[in-house]
Design a binder for this molecule. Structure first.
Ligand code: KIV
Ligand code: ZN
Length: 528
């Protein structure tokens, strides 16, 4: 039979029974497990606020038993968020569940998310348990979680490699114990779409009382199939998708929110489902997560990459000019990407800046606005037009990093063809200003050496990348550094029209993140 492919969005949706797919965002938990992507509490609250605005149904705010920092972040996110549910992850143990509840109980709509591995390989080698013991622990965990809240999710870790009948047995048992969501993770990114869809169908058909819970899926991208697997699962009946912004996450990452949402949005007849996501906020949150986590979005990334809407071939450009639908399956505006992002100039006042920042989702206090306005004026003096990207970088750099130990207050470098590059740096260390100098084989090296001397850091620079934040020769340079100290890895970001200053900001930011990791040591979490 010939398959009908629909090329446009004009199919009347009323013709299809629209069921909701719940979007469960785990950027702040699994996303933060990307190497070096540690975020502090203020940054997590900032992202959570934007996730709520985006229309995410459930925000997984962290893993309270993992570290003090995680616990505190879950508390603060829980206190801030009112519409979305807030979930806290925990192993299937009394102490973990207790800790999760203590953190997430502050939420208007709290959820406890407990997990236990169910595949034979994990049961035997990691847990050293029997299948019977796993079923009992899962039931006990869910029953204990239910003493705190009616909203309990159970995840069968390594579910895609679990014996399907045992998976159905575990899911049936935890639903009976009170789980309202059962999650099937492809923990190691091993699944293939057709096979994963069939597994979901099997679970839907063979799990006792599955209609009393939502079936969720959580895919990893080790084979580049996370989005395809999640879509296949939705088609087969899953009604919760666990995702992250920009697909960040453990190893090769998780299913990306923007890809799943835009696939459902662009191909409304693929499955009879809809989401509550306001797609026009996708681009700005993608930028925010990239700025805060330090993880760059690859240019060819689907939906949010810099090239996602750039037509290079002449024949394509010609077609798009005649009718965008010739080569564009999504409108850039549908993800909030506007071609004209000119925003402010040196004559813009404080009120206009406040209003514009609000429209971008930044609700700054008077004190924060004062700091940002001062920096904005300095930037507008160097750069005639200040774009959204410039403002994002400025706000992230100046006000969202409140708990920094080191702050760059001043930098001066001399370099040239005949002089030894030298840098003078003033740093505030815990609020106290110190001055130092350094030399190097170039001005950036000199600045880094001066900062390294003042901070007495042992961190090694593993990677240094620089790119232009916007177009034009007056664009700000955006620098990302990857630092390593013992087994701690951090990513630092900085932006400035002067690339040496941007580099110093990035280095200082990376050092602050190392300090944050030192003061928030994570518990070793097996299997995650
Ligand atoms: O990948 C995984 O299995 C997880 C679970 C804790 C849901 O992240
Ligand atoms: Zn995961």
């Amino acid at each position: 039979m010939k398959t009908q492919i629909h090329y446009n969005e004009s199919i009347p949706l009323e013709k299809h029974m629209q069921e909701k797919v719940f979007i469960f965002d785990t950027t702040l938990r699994d996303g933060e497990q990307s190497p070096g992507a540690t975020m502090n509490t203020a940054e997590k609250v900032r992202i959570a606020t934007q996730l709520e605005k985006l229309g995410v149904d459930i925000i997984e705010a962290g893993f309270p038993a993992a570290s003090e920092g995680d616990f505190e972040a879950v508390v603060q996110v829980a206190k801030k968020i009112s519409h979305s549910e807030v979930a806290a992850l925990c192993r299937a143990s009394v102490s973990d569940i207790d800790r999760a509840w203590k953190a997430v109980c502050h939420a208007a709509k709290p959820r406890i998310h407990t997990f236990l591995a169910t595949s034979d390989i994990h049961i035997k080698y990691k847990l050293n348990m029997t299948r019977e013991e796993v079923v009992k622990s899962a039931i006990d965990a869910v029953k204990f979680a239910r003493t705190f809240t009616k909203n309990v999710e159970f995840s069968a870790e390594d579910g895609s490699r679990t014996d399907p009948d045992f998976l159905c047995e575990v899911f049936g048992a935890v639903i009976k114990a009170g789980a309202t969501t059962v999650n099937l993770p492809d923990t190691v990114g091993y699944a293939i779409p057709e096979e994963f869809g069939n597994l979901v169908r099997y679970v839907m058909e063979n799990t006792p009382n599955i209609n009393k819970a939502i079936l969720s899926v959580h895919c990893h991208n080790d084979l580049g199939l996370a989005t395809a697997n999640t879509l296949a699962a939705i088609k087969a009946g899953a009604r919760q998708a666990e995702v992250t912004i920009n697909g960040i996450g453990e190893r090769a990452g998780n299913t990306s929110l923007e890809e799943i949402v835009m696939a459902i949005h662009t191909r409304p007849t693929y499955a009879p489902v809809t989401t509550g996501i306001q797609t026009n906020h996708i681009y700005s949150i993608s930028r925010l997560v990239s700025m805060i986590s330090g993880i760059l979005v690859q240019p060819n990334k689907a939906v949010v990459g810099a090239n996602a809407f750039a037509h290079e071939a002449g024949i394509h450009q010609d077609g798009v000019l005649k009718n965008p639908m010739t080569y564009e399956i999504m409108k850039p505006e549908s993800i909030g990407l506007h071609t004209s992002k000119m925003v402010m100039g040196k004559h813009s006042g404080k009120h206009a800046l406040l209003k514009h920042l609000k429209s971008m989702g930044y609700n700054l206090s008077d004190e924060e606005l004062k700091i940002v306005f001062k920096k904005f004026k300095a930037l507008a003096d160097k750069k005639k037009i200040v774009m959204d990207e410039d403002l994002e970088a400025l706000v992230t750099q100046e006000v969202l990093r409140t708990s920094d130990i080191y702050r760059l207050n001043y930098l001066q470098v001399t370099s040239g063809t005949t002089v030894l590059p030298m840098a003078t740096v003033k740093l505030a260390i815990n609020g106290k200003e110190v001055v130092g100098t350094g030399s190097g084989n170039g001005p950036i090296d000199a600045a880094f050496n001066a900062v390294a001397k003042l901070t007495r850091t042992k961190a090694q620079m593993q990677r240094f990348t620089i790119s232009a934040l916007t177009g034009g020769t007056d664009a700000q340079g955006e620098v990302t550094v990857r630092l390593k100290e013992d087994d701690l890895i951090s990513l630092g970001k900085g932006a400035d029209p002067d690339i040496i200053t941007a580099s110093a900001y990035a280095y200082v930011n990376g050092l602050n993140r190392i300090e944050y990791l030192k003061s928030n040591p994570a518990t070793t979490i097996e299997g995650l």
